[in-house]
Design a protein around this ligand. Structure first.
Ligand code: NAD
Length: 260
């Protein structure tokens, strides 16, 4: 179904992005993977994706906060594979502080990576998708694109912005073969969330296990983490023909968090 399509998954050296990369590759999609980390580990994962799924995988070191690098990332996909069919904007960071204490540079950094980087990637990819009359843009927003939480002002603003941006992209391209949707995960157990759990444990003087349980109990009624693979399967569905008429929507995968 997705065999022979060409995709970028940003932030695919870790967590949700890595899970999405594996699911898309398992369905025959060639990949540009991106993100930071140890160079040897990234190369090993690139080779692992290629050999495990028998697809082509190239790595881009693009920093999502740098528009020129984001544009080059899109062009790398087109020059390597001939097209960009699927763009998964997943790379993101978190920073927590009360609004009045939130450092200006952290505000700018979160907005640059979690919001503006997605705009620049979509802007660069759209002309290629419009020429081919096919494209699937999948933005990893968050439950925090739909509702707020304390201490996450930049993240919540950026994630709401992603959903708004997705609606405009969807409307401008409706009926053209290009769709643009957002996935809104609740808690997924990744390094990004582990850092928050460990900070909570230190703040409250409790074990990491207890802090993990508390994190789920506080927000996620299922009391279970969603998984990177579940995000990957949803992304694959949104990229499929079955989802051709789904555009401009935001889909929670959150164990009931936003049902409350
Ligand atoms: P993660 O920290 O495991 O992975 C983040 C990825 O983004 C890594 O590959 C990292 O190298 C990359 N990255 C960070 N800054 C970058 C930059 N400037 N340029 C390029 N790449 C960069 O985090 P995760 O939990 O897998 O999160 C992935 C996405 O899912 C994020 O957008 C996050 O906001 C969103 N999300 C996560 C959860 C969750 O519970 N984990 C919930 C909702 C939404």
């Amino acid at each position: 179904m997705l065999k022979g399509l060409n995709a970028i998954v940003t932030g695919s050296t870790s967590g949700i992005g890595l899970g999405i990369a594996h699911v898309l590759a398992s369905k025959g999609t060639n990949l540009v993977i991106t993100g930071f980390g140890d160079a040897a580990a990234i190369e090993a994962e690139r080779v692992n994706l290629e050999t495990k799924h028998n697809v082509k995988v190239v790595y881009s070191a693009a920093d999502m906060s740098k528009p020129d690098e984001v544009k080059a990332m899109v062009e790398l996909c087109v020059s390597s594979f001939g097209s960009i069919d699927i763009l998964v904007n997943n790379a993101g960071i978190q920073f927590t502080a009360d609004v009045q204490d939130f450092p200006d540079e952290k505000w700018h950094q979160v907005i640059a990576i979690n919001l503006s980087g997605i705009f620049f990637a979509i802007k660069a990819a759209l002309p290629h998708m419009q020429a081919k009359k096919f494209g699937r843009i999948i933005n990893i927003s968050s439950v925090h694109g739909l509702i707020g939480s304390t201490h996450k002002v930049a993240y919540v603003a950026a994630k709401h912005g992603v959903i708004g941006m997705s609606k405009v992209v969807a409307l401008e391209n409706a009926g053209s073969g290009i769709t643009c949707n957002s996935i809104c995960p609740g808690w997924v157990h990744t390094p990004l969330v582990q850092a928050q759990i460990e900070a909570n444990a230190a703040r409250d003087g409790i074990s990491v296990e207890q802090a993990t349980e508390n994190l789920l109990i506080e927000k996620q009624p299922s009391k279970q983490f969603a998984t990177p693979e579940q995000m990957g399967e949803l992304a694959a569905f949104l990229a499929s023909d079955a989802a051709a008429q789904m555009t401009g929507i935001a889909l929670p995968v959150d164990g009931g968090w936003t049902a409350q």
